[in-house]
Ligand binder design. Structure first.
Ligand SMILES: O=C1O[C@H](COP(=O)(O)O)[C@@H](O)[C@H](O)[C@H]1O
Length: 240
């Protein structure tokens, strides 16, 4: 992992969520105009999203500035129980006034995971306003990431071809999980002013230790960014 992450250790999962939500709210407040948030799926961000959608943060945030993307998605309909979009809608987006045109879901209605990936790649480049990413001008302001017990992050799973992709921003991931996934690749995830991992629970302790030791076999360890790297962990995950 580069650069060395700033590690924020909370006493509990609830405190982790509160600290991460407050941090995101502060990032939105500090943004002069629009702010591009690249969200993670999975279980850990749910409470963070609920807190952002509840008072006092809901009213304090200028949601008209916010653009929403997803770092990964299951190739299932948007209303499917496994959909990251659905989880985000239920916990956050159906409760806050983000203009609909600023919500950019992965197009899971495409004919195949590969087509969905290619379309989302185009969406990212159009939003960025240039065909290639410039290190000095990140695509996202904030990228949230989770950490799977196998070391995956977004849908970058150990041993999958997506880990080696450098010329596309988005890839299909077929065969790593029962359902196909769509994931941003390292170059897209890395193009963020701030990357924040959310890691909670004792089940993540060993994998977090290995990520912090830069175990190169783990996809999460291979995130490299010109931006800042932060880890929100609870004591159960971090130890101590
Ligand atoms: O970054 C991500 O990581 C998770 C694993 O997180 P968890 O909170 O469910 O343990 C992953 O599956 C998710 O889709 C992704 O965005």
């Amino acid at each position: 992992m580069k650069p060395a992450p700033e590690i924020d250790v909370a006493a509990s999962a609830e405190e982790l969520a509160a600290r991460a939500a407050a941090w995101i709210a502060a990032k939105i407040a500090a943004a002069p105009k629009r702010i591009a948030l690249n969200l993670s799926g999975g279980s850990t961000p749910k409470e963070v999203f609920r807190l952002l959608a509840a008072e006092p943060l809901r009213s304090a945030i200028d949601w008209s500035k916010v653009e929403i993307f997803w770092g990964d998605e299951r190739f299932v309909p948007l209303d499917h129980a496994m959909s990251n979009f659905r989880m985000t809608s239920e916990t956050l987006l159906s409760h806050v006034p983000v203009p609909p045109g600023q919500i950019h879901p992965v197009p899971v209605d495409a004919a195949s995971p590969e087509k969905a990936a290619a379309l989302y790649d185009g969406t990212l480049r159009e939003f960025y306003g240039a065909p290639t990413l410039d290190l000095a001008r990140p695509l996202f302001d904030v990228t949230l990431l989770g950490l799977g017990a196998d070391g995956h992050t977004a849908s970058l799973f150990p041993g999958t071809p997506a880990l080696e992709i450098r010329d596309a921003l988005v890839s299909a991931v077929v065969g790593a999980t029962p359902e196909p996934r769509i994931t941003m690749t390292y170059p897209a995830l890395a193009s963020s002013a701030e990357i924040a991992f959310l890691v909670s629970g004792e089940a993540k302790r060993e994998i977090l230790r290995r990520v912090l030791a830069n175990d190169a076999a783990l996809p999460a360890s291979r995130i490299e960014t010109a931006g800042a790297l932060r880890i929100f962990a609870d004591r159960a995950a971090f130890g101590g």
